[in-house]
Write a protein that binds this ligand. Structure first.
Ligand code: UDP
Length: 327
């Protein structure tokens, strides 16, 4: 298939684009490089453009004879979405509607959408299955939920096939250490801990150690970025007119912040000092996926099921790219 990957220069998008190419698809990355990195895209495969540029998107969809879209491009800082919701609704909702308009105009009817466990908000129980209520607790989660809803409506009205893949905590890096996480600012736990090991930070701050979890720190379901990428490809290959897939992507296994820090100590050999601070506002104590639907529907079995190999892959990237993609 000819596939357009929006946000193809970003963290998950670049891994997906690479895997799609390896699977024999013809892949174009579409990215405005606000957060994406030119160096994360295969040579000659980057189209610089904004989601809001509907005409350009339509030209690309038509010109490259695109069969399907993988849509990763979005702003994804939860905290910023609270202080500047307009930025998030504009980019993530209006931007995506512009992409969907361009698809309508050019008769592209297949899309895999990068959604999030943040659409569930505070879960009723863990593990979280897809049938739990979706009640986001921040604007970021709402922007993703709005698009899930739009895709369901578009699928029914226009005969599209779509998959909304709700990621838990994306982590890790490509096996060769050439692609990895490079956010500015960085807010995610594993890269921050590894920056301590690189001598770039004094300590890691653990947000909360008296939560109702076995060791008192927050539990998350860390899923390897290449496992996310492979789920996207399986989903893409399943899409037919009218297909509606809404799947969690996680390992079904929770890891606490303290366990992540310890895994980073084990992998790097650095003692990684840690300090405890109050929990972050709106951080649920535990988020773990019930990912059995992805297994059933997509045949998806994550290859990384424990934190250590995930951290090992991330460390390979961070150690060889201490400044990220800016060599
Ligand atoms: N966290 C932490 N210290 C940090 C960054 C994150 O203790 O400096 C915790 C955070 O409270 C959450 C987990 O690590 O429980 C994962 O946070 P991250 O920001 O990576 O992803 P999120 O779960 O917020 O999407």
């Amino acid at each position: 298939m000819n596939v357009l990957v929006t946000g193809g220069a970003g963290y998950v998008g670049s891994h997906a684009a690479r895997l799609l190419t390896a699977a024999g698809h013809d892949v174009w990355a579409y990215d405005n490089l606000v957060f994406g990195h030119r160096a994360a895209v295969a040579p000659g495969r980057l189209i610089e453009g904004d989601l809001l540029d509907k005409e350009k998107l339509a030209d690309v969809l038509r010109g490259k004879r695109i069969d399907a879209v993988m849509h990763f491009a979005a702003f994804a800082y939860v905290g910023e979405s609270v202080t500047d919701p307009a930025k998030y609704y504009h980019n993530n909702v209006v931007g995506t509607l512009s992409l969907l308009d361009a698809m309508l105009k050019t008769d592209v009817k297949r899309i895999v959408f990068s959604s999030t466990c943040a659409t569930y908000g505070e879960p009723e129980s863990v593990p979280i299955g897809e049938t739990q209520p979706q009640a986001p607790v921040n604007p970021y989660g709402y922007t993703k939920l709005v698009i899930e809803r739009a895709l369901a409506d578009y699928a029914r009205a226009y005969g599209w096939g779509y998959a909304a893949l709700r990621y838990f905590n994306a982590a890790g890096a490509s096996a060769d250490g050439d692609l990895g996480e490079d956010h500015d600012p960085e807010t995610h736990l594993i890269p921050l801990v590894l920056q301590v090991a690189l001598g770039r930070r004094e300590h890691i701050t653990i947000f909360g150690d008296k939560l109702p979890t076995p060791d008192g720190s927050c539990i998350r379901d860390y899923v390897h970025v290449d496992d996310l990428a492979s789920a996207h490809i399986s989903a893409l290959e399943k899409l037919k007119p009218g297909t509606e897939l809404r799947c969690n992507l996680g390992t079904g296994r929770g890891t606490s912040v303290k366990e992540v820090v310890q895994a980073c100590r084990d992998v790097t050999g650095h003692d990684i000092p840690a300090k405890v601070a109050p929990p972050r506002a709106g951080d649920p104590p535990a988020l773990i996926a019930d990912a059995s639907l992805a297994r059933r529907e997509l045949g998806w079995v994550p290859r990384f099921t424990s934190i250590k190999p995930i951290v090992e892959s991330a460390w390979k990237w961070h150690e060889s790219h201490p400044n990220g993609f800016d060599a």
